[in-house]
Design a protein around this ligand. Structure first.
Ligand code: NAD
Length: 269
């Protein structure tokens, strides 16, 4: 049973920041060659920093600019990566955004922006990844599976979130996409799972942790009494991408310090 990700290519969307960076570094340490996807010129420098950090530690990484909500860009990214690195073995569908608003004030642009990146972006990348997995077939020297997809969802695929209806809707939909794909491609040995983080300290939720008051308030939701880190998510992603988790497909794995035990009921509700 292969524990490492040696000789496997892992394409991680939105890897120039936060959770994506944590996953990129963890998978590189496990031997994978990393494609550090970033969305625009603006994020090029941080993507290069992530790739350089990996290379300095003896790992392998390239950067690739692509807006995951744009079909042509996604198709080109997969074609270019396959011609440069031979294949893609692991897709981590991580890129995500928030555009929060009270529901009656939410614009169609805010709704579309979140759905386009968080849901359509994951659809486009998953489609291109599965086509490549099927073209390549199983390579037993690398893994017993034909390919692995990890969707980065959220506790908000099951916890409703007032003021964030577009975001919660995108994450709820990811659950059905993930399970339907696991069902459709299980026979071809393609594993598809979701990681559902609770509160992880990244730029997406700075307001939730950057003052002592905000952090105290956040911790009332977390039985384990600490905020999560991108490394926490990286460790789980490595496990889900490796053959150690070969019998796990179609699963949403919550990694949230107990947030989904609904802490407010700890004293009887
Ligand atoms: P982040 O803002 O640090 O990272 C988001 C990344 O997505 C950035 O690198 C950004 O450039 C990239 N991105 C945005 N639009 C893109 C596009 N169109 N194409 C390609 N890349 C794009 O935030 P994060 O917390 O690291 O978020 C990563 C994922 O984790 C998201 O899907 C988010 O919903 C999810 N998540 C985060 C938390 C948390 O507490 N931080 C909790 C649950 C789920």
């Amino acid at each position: 049973m292969e524990r490492s990700l040696k000789n496997q290519v892992a394409l991680i969307t939105g890897a120039s920041s936060g959770i994506g960076t944590g996953i990129a570094k963890a998978m590189a340490e496990s031997g994978a060659t990393i494609v550090v996807n970033h969305s625009s010129e603006h994020s090029l420098e941080s993507a290069q920093t992530v790739a350089n950090d990996i290379i300095k530690k003896g790992g392998k990484a390239i950067t690739y600019q692509c807006d995951v909500s744009q079909e042509t860009e996604v198709v080109n990214m997969f074609q270019d990566v396959v011609s440069q690195l031979g294949t893609v073995d692991i897709l981590v569908n991580n890129a995500g955004i928030q555009k929060d608003a009270k529901f009656t004030e939410m614009t169609l642009d805010q709704w579309n922006a979140v759905i386009n990146v968080n849901l359509t972006g994951q659809f486009l990348c998953a489609r291109e990844a599965i086509k490549e997995f099927l073209r390549r077939g199983i390579d037993p020297a690398k893994s017993v599976a034909c390919g692995k997809i990890i969707h980065i969802s959220s506790v908000h695929e099951i916890i409703p979130w007032a003021g964030h209806v577009n975001y919660a809707s995108s994450k709820g939909a990811i659950r059905m996409m993930m399970q339907s794909l696991a069902q459709e491609y299980g026979a071809q040995k393609i594993r598809v799972n979701s990681i559902c983080p609770g509160a992880i300290q990244t730029p997406i939720n700075t307001n939730a942790w950057n003052t002592p008051e905000a952090l105290d308030s956040l911790l009332t939701l977390i039985p384990y009494n600490r905020i999560g880190t991108p490394e926490d998510i990286g460790n789980l992603a490595v496990f889900l991408a490796s053959d150690l988790s070969d019998y796990i497909t179609g699963a949403s794995i919550f990694i949230d310090g107990g947030m989904t035990t609904f802490e407010s009921f700890a004293t009887g509700g």
